[in-house]
Design a protein around this ligand. Structure first.
Ligand code: KG4
Ligand code: ZN
Length: 347
């Protein structure tokens, strides 16, 4: 029927994400995701070896689930896109192996994708977001402001000097004894709704640095000290309000820092690239509703339109990889794998 379909595979961290996306309009025909929260929870962080094994167990069934939802088989695909980095190399290998096997076996286009590019480009799927655009990437591992001039063409305006904002949310969630499933960030945001965000006056990071960089290590330490001073032992109903106040105060300052940097970046970027029309927010932290509403106001003030993908497409997923693959495929940025390569992958 001539419809070009691309399968995307994401396995850079602790989610096995697979999706089938239609090239013509970005329609999601099938998507499946297998998480690993339970596996890593006892260790307080993602354990690469365990993550690799879990990807290995989940890969085949997750691919099949996405294909089944789309109602197609492997050979009806036009291409296979896969995250090749950055991420945990043990985990990336699992996805790359799967993608190469499929591409080799059925002569499909093989499309290597950069994880952060996938986060940034998904905002363009079925929308009016055009190049160049300003993009705030905020996840558990990354925290940066970039001008996206085109596929594979970026100007970095600033990044974090220490922790990423999502990492700070995750650490605060752990310190407050919150549930980490589906994410520490979501738990902090939920508890913060009940809290007084002015109770603790944590200082805003890098106030005297007029650039677009980020820092969350100091704020994290300040929160830890407040928790040690105010909370005794495991969470109880009696100290719930205090926990909520800490969560709300942390979130206020963490988001003020983002706003502050985005405002400066927008000023810089619009001077250099007057054609910028959109502020795109990508990565897991973009799921934060308070951040969305604050950036909405900020964008309006700067004459920009805010574009935030739906929460399910903000956290790691296969759809964004498939879409980035489609954008690359359109530009001829794909590889044909020799058949003997596919045979080698089979061993
Ligand atoms: O993009 P992502 O799924 O994975 C990485 O590449 O890191 O982002 C996950 C991060 C986690 O740190 C998680 O706590 C954070 O996104 N996050 C949030 C929220 N939902 C997820 N942070 C703040 N508020 C949220 N609602
Ligand atoms: Zn990510």
């Amino acid at each position: 029927n001539g419809e070009s379909l691309v399968l995307g595979i994401e396995s850079s961290c602790d989610d096995t994400g697979v999706a089938v996306v239609r090239a013509s309009d970005g329609a999601i025909l099938g998507q499946a995701i297998t998480g690993q929260v339970d596996i890593h929870a006892p260790w307080g962080g993602v354990v690469p070896k365990l993550a690799q094994e879990a990807h290995g167990r989940a890969m085949q069934s997750t691919v099949q689930a996405a294909l089944q939802q789309a109602g197609i088989s492997e050979e009806q695909l036009d291409g296979v896109a896969v995250t090749i980095g950055p991420g945990l190399s043990l985990c990336l290998q699992v996805g790359v192996h799967q993608a190469r096997r499929m591409a080799g076996q059925h002569s499909l286009k093989y499309i290597p994708v950069h994880h952060m590019e996938a986060h940034a480009l998904i905002a363009r799927a079925g929308t009016a977001v055009a190049f160049p655009f300003l993009c705030l990437l905020v996840s558990g591992g990354h925290n940066m402001l970039v001008v996206v001039e085109g596929v594979g063409s970026y100007t970095l305006l600033g990044s974090t000097l220490d922790d990423a904002v999502g990492e700070a949310f995750d650490k605060v969630a752990r310190l407050l004894g919150l549930q980490l499933d589906p994410s520490g960030g979501a738990a902090v945001e939920a508890l913060a709704r009940e809290g007084d965000d002015q109770r603790f006056r944590f200082s805003r990071p890098l106030v005297r640095k007029p650039n677009c960089n980020f820092s969350y290590a100091g704020l994290k330490t300040a929160v830890r000290l407040a928790i040690n001073a105010e909370l005794k032992g495991p969470p109880s109903e009696a100290d719930r309000q205090m926990r909520a106040d800490i969560a709300a105060s942390f979130q206020r300052v963490a988001l003020e820092h983002l706003e502050d940097r985005v405002a400066r970046a927008a000023g810089w970027a619009l001077e250099e690239w007057p054609g910028i029309k959109h502020l795109v927010v990508a990565g897991g932290v973009a799921a934060n509703q308070l951040l969305r509403s604050k950036l909405q106001a900020l964008a309006e003030k700067q004459g920009l339109e805010l574009a935030v993908p739906p929460p399910k497409l903000c956290t790691d997923n296969g759809v964004m990889v498939a879409w980035a693959g489609i954008e690359r495929m359109r530009l001829g940025l794909w590889e044909h794998l020799p058949a003997h390569d596919a045979a080698a992958e089979e061993e």
